[in-house]
Design a protein around this ligand. Structure first.
Ligand SMILES: [Zn+2]
Length: 621
């Protein structure tokens, strides 16, 4: 009895003690919110405008729920998985604002001539592929750069030597010139009688025979008879491209896949299978008719994709070619080719008319423009569209004030003499808006220029005043600097690849790569933006036109927050902040403090996409 009582008492006591000991811990645990993932003990670059740093991030599902010190996050959250960053740097996932994702993937499956240092090396790579193929099969590839071989265009004969029985078409590194062999010319029916197509040129020898170099639209004469990639090839290409993206911490792409919509069903298929580990913003082709574009958009919308994973954004058009091929449209001839000022793809009148027509339908437009003339043509076209929009709003305001204010999401109180054009200009310039007409006009267009490589000095401010985005690819500058000065001369080179000047003017400058024109590697772009030096040799000392260098903080922001702005998604992603999508990358080195050369050696250790760890570098603990 006694024993039993004692035992019971002991048990009771033990229970009470255990309960007392557990109580605070349980209470604390209960008050903590359960989340799916915590990254802690790191250095979090949030990419906000003030350059805020934090230590830890809590993620629930696909969104970030909190950002703070490691202690704050530990006090408030427990996670299914916690990653100790051991001091490593975290940034938002990279967002490549200009990429050819399918083309890049396909380039991984084809003859790759990137970095071929001699004509002989290029021929050897083609010969190797010819050996793997049956006679008659097409050999396709890209990446050659004759400026590495002394600047002479290669010819069909070079290819005939290594591919006598296979048609060959090889795109230059910039994608704007095709190098073909005799059999390919024959298949495309290109002879001495063939006339140059509009916006293109067939190079001919002294006797009038095509040499095998087809510039700009002339390349289509042959490209159009090459059998299209099969569905299986394209899926394989995309899955390889996705693996590359994960490896480089790339979580969003703004992609120009030509022809548009060939890749769309494949992206959709990958999304449904939960294999699409980047957010895709696809572009449509500017030169389709308005009816076609609207139909494409309606078809796309009817699929009810998740718009934050797969969406349509801009219409992509071309104003000119490239500097490397001397097809960029210039206000004055090339310094090293005094009778040539490039090839505009259409007349200014046609460009403006088509732009106004499409902008009126609410499409975001983006133009490939390299030369100063092409950039000015793009700005003139946007100015016409802007003028139409703003005067229409002013007119509507006069005629039906309440309805128009409602449409613009404005309070009913702005001053009676509110001038929309004036207000918008102040807004774009970041000027105080001047009460009592102090309102913010939302939903304004964000037209873009891709590359914006050579810009006349007076045109930088026009980008800002028209609210036009300059979408740039820093690695182009360090690839092109070898010959850019020869092409442009001493004066114009000052306005070339001028991302710092753009930003100083208050222009939005998202960054990208143009893969497969340049490598997909975003660290190369960051390095180029902050050093303006060659990746191999670190030359020139101090950087090429060093006043255009950026801080690493600005370069990262351009690659994340600014790229999100370019696709109207800056409220959803591009910063590490509560409520934003959880796309994050953990870097192997501290980009903010390492010497610039080390940016090139930096790798993504961990890539988090949509709240999920989708990549961990082998050998990384
Ligand atoms: Zn491109």
């Amino acid at each position: 009895m006694f024993l039993r009582t004692r035992l019971a008492l002991t048990l009771l006591l033990a229970t009470i003690c255990a309960a007392a000991a557990l109580a605070p811990a349980r209470a604390a645990r209960q008050s903590k919110q359960k989340v799916s993932l915590i990254l802690t003990n790191g250095k979090v670059f949030t990419a906000d405008a003030r350059g805020t740093l934090a230590e830890a991030v809590a993620v629930q599902g696909e969104r970030i729920v909190a950002v703070g010190t490691s202690r704050e996050i530990a006090a408030r959250y427990t996670a299914a998985r916690t990653i100790d960053l051991k001091g490593r740097l975290v940034t938002p996932g990279f967002n490549d604002a200009h990429i050819h994702f399918l083309g890049g993937g396909l380039s991984l499956l084809r003859v790759n001539l990137i970095g071929a240092q001699t004509l002989a090396e290029a021929k050897a790579r083609v010969a190797a592929r010819v050996k793997e193929l049956p006679a008659g099969a097409w050999v396709t590839g890209r990446g050659w750069d004759h400026t590495l071989w002394g600047g002479q265009w290669p010819t069909k004969r070079d290819l005939d030597e290594v591919a006598p029985d296979n048609p060959v078409i090889l795109q230059r590194v910039d994608g704007h010139v095709s190098w073909v062999n005799s059999l390919a010319l024959q298949k495309g029916n290109v002879t001495r009688e063939t006339r140059d197509p509009q916006g293109g040129e067939i190079l001919r020898d002294a006797g009038g025979e095509p040499t095998g170099i087809l510039k700009e639209t002339a390349g289509n004469l042959v490209a159009n008879v090459v059998p299209a990639a099969t569905r299986e090839e394209m899926l394989e290409a995309l899955s390889r491209a996705l693996a590359e993206a994960r490896r480089y911490g790339l979580t969003s792409i703004q992609t120009n896949d030509v022809p548009s919509f060939e890749a769309t069903p494949l992206y959709r298929e990958l999304l449904k299978a939960d294999k699409l580990t980047v957010r895709v913003a696809e572009w449509q082709q500017f030169d389709r008719t308005v009816e076609e574009l609207k139909r494409e958009r309606a078809e796309f919308a009817s699929q009810k994709d998740e718009p934050l994973r797969l969406r349509l954004t801009a219409l992509k058009g071309y104003v000119d070619g490239t500097l490397g091929s001397r097809t960029a449209a210039m206000l004055a001839p090339f310094a090293d080719d005094p009778h040539n000022s490039g090839i505009p793809r259409m007349s200014p009148e046609q460009l403006t008319r088509m732009t106004v027509e499409r902008a009126r339908e609410g499409f975001q437009i983006t133009f490939h423009a390299i030369g100063d003339r092409a950039n000015r043509m793009a700005l003139d076209a946007y100015a016409a569209a802007d003028e139409e929009l703003l005067s229409e709003l002013n007119r509507a305001l006069k005629q039906n004030r309440d309805e128009t204010l409602r449409r613009l999401g404005l309070p009913n109180t702005p001053s009676p003499d509110l001038d929309i054009r004036e207000t918008v200009l102040r807004q774009r310039r970041g000027e105080p808006c001047g009460a009592p007409a102090c309102v913010e006009i939302k939903g304004l267009p964000r037209h873009r220029v891709e590359h914006a490589q050579v810009v006349a000095p007076t045109d930088f401010a026009r980008f800002r005043d028209l609210g036009v985005i300059a979408s740039m690819q820093p690695s182009h500058a360090i690839s092109d600097k070898r010959w850019a000065q020869d092409r442009l001369g001493e004066y114009r080179v000052l306005g070339a690849y001028s991302w710092h000047t753009f930003m100083a003017h208050g222009v939005h400058v998202p960054f990208g790569t143009d893969w497969p024109v340049e490598p997909i590697n975003p660290y190369l772009g960051l390095y180029a933006a902050v050093t303006r030096q060659g990746a191999e040799d670190g030359a020139p000392e101090g950087g090429w036109w060093p006043e255009e260098r950026l801080s690493i903080e600005d370069a990262i922001r351009n690659y994340t927050a600014e790229s999100a702005y370019a696709s109207f998604e800056e409220k959803e992603k591009g910063q590490v902040a509560a409520g934003m999508l959880a796309d994050l990358v953990v870097h192997s080195r501290d980009l903010l403090t390492v010497p610039p050369r080390e940016i090139l050696q930096t790798e993504a250790d961990i890539t988090v996409f949509n709240g999920r760890v989708v990549y961990e570098r082998k050998g990384d603990k």
